[in-house]
Design a protein around this ligand. Structure first.
Ligand code: C2E
Ligand code: MG
Ligand code: MG
Length: 595
């Protein structure tokens, strides 16, 4: 049988099988509905949608196939009595060629009265050969009939941005390319943030597609992306789950905070635009051009002049007004006209609370032409002042220098400030977590005898051992300085991870002893009073404070207890772990776990 014949037989027998993939509300943790995805007969070459649709296209049978897909998907969805929304796919070609006939829609709507509010049509971008205006008007007609529209696979091709601005879809589905590894790629993160800004302006809801890993889900959620879909949340299935996957649920219930240090830099946290605020004289929409000119002449340092209507900024006059008025005839012609004639009526207006990083992205998107004008700052839409891009660049540089300074130069791990910030974040989230104070024993004599270089190597080795044994998505490793480290665990198996850390450290030390041919296991050095002493090789002490909800209010309270438990751990010879059990209900004593 040729593929064409197979397709004809599929259409005759309605031999199509819908799968449903859950769509999750990333902010609240529940399902909001499903996307219907179609499969051909399981044993056939036309099982996968790509093969099915390619054959239909070649055989000129796309329209009947897509009509049948929609029919089969919606009918099955209603038969299962699934709750929530249903996203169905339709290609622009099929839409224009009339796959959604009135008959089909009527038949489906007759089955369930509220279907109209629950059905969303996902449209992929049109091919360059298609008539874009016709696609736009087709979609608008669909919207007028009360259906919602989603733009599918945004970012996959080139024309989807255009379709976005023309159609103003209710949902925009971000292609999985931008989701895959977003936790590891600052560039993807920036891209998604920009998309989110456009979505906010156009009131579209973003659905992130292809979430396969926990770290991706966490970053997207922290960024404020509303909806998500992907294997990590739920596979496309014949009978889909009615809740999100256990793993996704767990990530949500545990309210995990991402431990990835740079996502914090790129995300909203950090320094905000109000740092750039400058107060300058302003004018109103009724001020004459001549009066505006006089203000600029009287203030030679001022590069822009904001124009207000009441307290709301409506435009920006630039210093070029002075040049323009140097031509006498222009001055004669316009001096009594309102200054609004010369203003840029679409300046960059940003809220004082916007992060510096976000603002810099917006400025870049504005392009070079507007760079000199800077931006207007508002507080709840009310004018507050102006900011210059020069000041913005200074602030960005300062921030970068500070970040470099916050990192420990030897291990490049985050230092005190970011450690405290992460603890604050975990406290704010009312998270259960485990603070580990990690300290080397007998580091000083080791450093004295084997030299600073060896000492540095040992510190780096400790950092590597710690990093290797944490879950980098959710556990945070910081370096306070010297031989002191902090690990903030959200992993529930923190205890076994700590035991592995101790064992790995001891192994590394005995390798070192072998290399130095110090198999005896000790070496001699002078103590603080100058007496010759025998020292064992450095070992690791870990003091642990479990932090449960509402137990601590401030970072420094935790730091005090952490220092105490570290001291306790150090009392035991060899690598050891000491857990503060005071916080556990019922257990009055602290426990010691020797490695
Ligand atoms: P799509 O609409 O963008 O659907 C998402 C695709 O991504 C689906 O592939 C889905 O199974 C897959 N997917 C979901 N989560 C993940 C994930 O975490 N990782 C990865 N790598 N993939 C994931 P599928 O089912 O093979 O469908 C492929 C395409 O075929 C769809 O892309 C859609 O454009 C088209 N298609 C499927 N069913 C229909 C239909 O009924 N009508 C029309 N017109 N097109 C359909
Ligand atoms: Mg789709
Ligand atoms: Mg898609």
């Amino acid at each position: 049988m040729t593929k064409r014949e197979m397709l004809t037989s599929i259409l005759d027998k309605r031999d199509l099988h819908p799968l449903f993939q859950p769509v999750m509300d990333l902010q609240h943790g529940h399902l909001i509905g499903y996307e219907g995805l179609v499969r051909g007969p399981s044993d056939s070459e036309l099982h996968l949608p790509q093969a099915l649709f390619r054959t239909a296209e070649r055989a000129n049978m796309l329209v009947p196939l897509e009509s049948l897909c929609i029919d089969v998907v919606v009918t099955e969805f209603l038969r299962m009595e699934s709750p929530g929304k249903l996203f169905v796919n339709i290609s622009p070609f099929a839409l224009l060629a009339g796959a959604l006939t009135d008959n089909l829609l009527k038949k489906l709507l007759d089955k369930k009265a509220d279907l109209r509010d629950r059905l969303i049509f996902e449209i992929t971008e049109s091919s360059p050969k298609m008539n874009n205006a016709a696609v736009v008007s087709g979609l608008i007609t669909l919207r007028e009939q009360g259906f919602k529209i989603a733009l599918d696979d945004l970012g996959e091709g080139f024309s989807s941005l255009r379709l976005w601005s023309d159609v103003r879809p209710d949902f925009v589905k971000l292609d999985k390319h931008f989701v895959a590894g977003i936790d590891k790629s600052p560039l993807k993160l920036q891209f998604v943030r920009s998309i989110k800004q456009i979505a906010e302006k156009s009131r579209a809801i973003i659905i992130a597609e292809g979430i396969e890993h926990r770290a991706e889900l966490m970053v997207l959620r922290e960024m404020g992306i509303c909806l998500g879909q992907g294997y990590f949340i739920g596979y496309p299935l014949k009978r889909p789950e009615t809740s999100v996957s256990g793993a996704a649920q767990k990530c949500f219930d545990a309210n995990l905070v991402s431990a990835n240090p740079w996502t914090k830099v790129v995300l909203q946290r950090g320094r905000r635009a109000h740092l750039l605020l400058t107060e300058v004289p302003t004018v109103t929409v009724t001020t004459t051009s001549e009066a505006a000119l006089q203000i600029l002449l009287a203030n030679p340092e001022q590069t822009v002049l904001p124009v207000l209507e009441g307290e709301i900024p409506v435009g920006l006059l630039s210093r070029t007004l002075v040049d323009k008025f140097s031509h006498g005839y222009i001055r004669d012609l316009y001096s009594r006209k309102p200054c609004t004639v010369f203003m840029d009526s679409n300046p960059l207006i940003v809220d004082m609370e916007m992060s510096i990083v976000e603002l810099s992205q917006l400025v870049l998107m504005q392009g070079q032409k507007r760079f000199a004008d800077g931006f207007i700052l508002v507080r709840d839409k009310i004018y507050a002042g102006v900011g210059s891009n020069f000041a913005l660049m200074q602030e960005m540089t300062k921030q970068q220098i500070q970040e470099a300074r916050y990192a420990n130069p030897l291990t490049l791990l985050p230092g005190n400030v970011p450690i405290n910030e992460q603890i604050e974040l975990l406290l704010e989230n009312e998270q259960t977590f485990w603070v580990c104070y990690v300290d080397l024993d007998s580091f000083k004599p080791f450093n004295d005898v084997f030299g600073y270089r060896r000492g540095d190597e040992l510190i780096k080795l400790t950092a590597e051992v710690l990093l290797r044994h944490v879950d980098s998505d959710i556990d945070f490793v910081g370096h306070i300085g010297g031989d002191d480290f902090f690990v903030l665990f959200q992993s529930e198996n923190w205890e076994s991870r700590c035991m592995e850390i101790l064992a790995a450290f001891d192994r590394a030390m005995s390798d070192f002893a072998l290399q130095e041919e110090l198999g005896v296991g000790y070496y001699c050095a002078e103590d603080r009073r100058g007496n010759r002493m025998e020292y064992g090789f450095p070992t690791l002490s870990i003091g642990i404070v479990p932090v449960t909800r509402n137990q601590f209010q401030e970072v420094h309270e935790i730091a005090i207890v952490a220092a105490e438990v570290k001291k306790e751990a150090k009392k035991t010879q060899g690598s050891s772990l000491y857990v503060d059990r005071r916080s556990y209900a019922g257990a009055a004593t602290s426990a010691l776990v020797a490695a």
